[in-house]
Design a protein around this ligand. Structure first.
Ligand code: PFF
Length: 459
């Protein structure tokens, strides 16, 4: 590949050897699978409860529509236009000056997967326990055991092995096959859980907490940063996962429509997740426990409640953890694909070799958070929040300021509304860029506090 190719030439995404999605539906379910994850079902209720309940939900929804969706569409157009994963994609569009950004994104995806896989391991171990041995008699001590130390390490290894196996299979036979098989099931089970939860006494109190905003929180910086960071994390934008997935797209699909479907699919699950968890914790009078927002609140609250329901409770617990495990796996897969695709595209490695190396390195990176789960909070703030906001800012600068015509040209394929495209560029330029610059500074300023909490508590 020629170094520093002219930036206004059209990259050629028609590498005949590059893998491709089997169908548009396959792509949509895979992208929705990436977005729908632990962030929706574990992070969303946990963060919403510690940031004013519904106020968080309002800011989150605003951020999804005004900031994350335009960025998601930007990532899709970068990926499809270049037919490359982030490092090469940014290089092709922006020249050598932009390549380091691609490397930062890949590094970020590895750091996120390192702790994400540990939490995915908790869901696998909890699922195993509920299936084989039933709901633990003392969920708090069960969670204490599996959430850090040797068992957490085992869960992490298990999660990485499963994720690696899917990526080994490639785009069509691995990621697409998995997503098409399990994503519809995830929606069905979640709807069933929400209906079941609505019948519980006290469900109303749960909904009220979830849906009645405390408006003072709406103006709090920490709520705004947390909700924005969470919106990024939830929609999988800001680290090139969507660039990578879109690089396997061909044809002239309408990227605005694809992006909107993914955003809607993700938001539906976040809201449904709340409709399951809030009535449940209210019914079992665990709302205060959840608001303390310890990382494991949900892992303790749900089984505690289920214990009092006998055999039916065990079934609900199994379904709940199954939904979590499916959501975690389809997201972990997209995180791993960023670095695997990076090695394949940049170094010409085989998928097999690239997957082995990526799995090995990320498994090692996950050892500290598996041994001491306080690392997860730190890693989430640094990589999951600040890191994604940084990636989003760079994307907004690339297509909003540096090379708007490239994004416009790509979107115009399949979306013949030049005025709306112009608005999209203006949004990236004048709303998304300044807002993310501000939020990046803000989230970096919060880091010392996060680190201080980390160092001031002994494990
Ligand atoms: N969106 C996933 C979740 O909500 O759990 C997490 C995630 C996956 C973030 C992939 C970023 C990403 F690229």
């Amino acid at each position: 590949m020629a170094e520093g190719r002219p930036i206004d030439s059209t990259p050629d995404p028609t590498d005949p050897n590059r893998e491709q999605w089997g169908s548009r539906r396959g792509f949509l379910l895979a992208a929705a699978g990436s977005a729908v994850g632990l962030g929706n079902l574990w992070g969303f209720p946990y963060k919403a409860s510690s940031h004013g309940g519904a106020a968080f939900v309002v800011v989150y929804l605003l951020m999804i529509v005004l900031v994350c969706l335009p960025l998601l569409i930007a990532e899709l157009s970068i990926g499809r236009r270049t037919g490359e994963s982030p490092v090469m994609a940014l290089f092709l569009l922006g020249g050598r000056r932009w390549r380091w950004v691609g490397y930062v994104l890949v590094l970020n995806s590895m750091m996120i997967l390192a702790f994400y896989s540990v939490v995915s391991g908790w869901t696998l171990l909890s699922l195993g326990q509920n299936v084989i041995g039933g709901v633990p008699a003392d969920p708090a001590s069960f969670f204490g055991r599996i959430s850090q130390g040797p068992e957490a390490l085992l869960g992490h290894l298990l999660a990485m092995a499963l994720t690696g196996m899917v990526i080994f299979g490639g785009i069509r036979r691995g990621i697409e096959h998995l997503s098409v098989s399990v994503m519809p099931l995830l929606y069905l089970l979640l709807i069933a859980l929400a209906v079941w939860a609505s019948q519980l006494s006290g469900a109303g109190a749960g909904y009220r907490f979830y849906l009645q905003p405390d408006f003072r929180e709406l103006l709090s910086w920490s709520t705004i940063t947390a909700a924005t960071g969470h919106a990024f994390f939830s929609l999988s934008v800001g680290l090139g996962a969507m660039i990578t997935y879109a690089s396997y797209l061909r044809g002239r699909d309408n990227l605005v429509r694809l992006g909107s479907v993914v955003a809607a699919a993700d938001t539906t699950v976040a809201l449904l997740g709340g409709l399951v968890t809030f009535p449940l914790v209210a019914h079992f009078q665990l709302l205060d426990g959840l608001s303390d927002s310890t990382i494991g609140a949900l892992f303790v609250a749900i089984p505690s409640g289920m214990n009092s329901l006998g055999g039916g409770g065990r079934l609900v617990a199994v379904v709940f953890f199954l939904v979590l495990a499916i959501a975690a796996l389809t997201s972990a897969v997209s995180l791993l694909e960023v670095s695997t695709a990076g090695l394949i595209d940049r170094l010409g490695w085989s998928r097999r070799r690239a997957t082995w190396l990526a799995v090995l390195v990320i498994t090692l990176l996950g050892i500290p958070p598996a041994i001491d789960n306080r690392w997860i909070d730190v890693a989430y703030s640094l990589f999951g929040e600040a890191g994604l906001i940084f990636g989003g800012l760079m994307t907004a600068i690339l297509l909003g300021w540096s090379y708007p015509s490239l994004g416009e040209a790509e979107l115009a394929e399949g979306f013949p509304h030049p005025r709306a495209i112009r608005w999209w560029v203006l949004l990236l330029r004048w709303l998304v860029t300044p807002m993310l610059a501000l939020l990046l500074v803000q989230s970096l300023r919060q880091l010392p506090a996060v680190l201080q909490t980390f160092f001031s508590h002994s494990p």
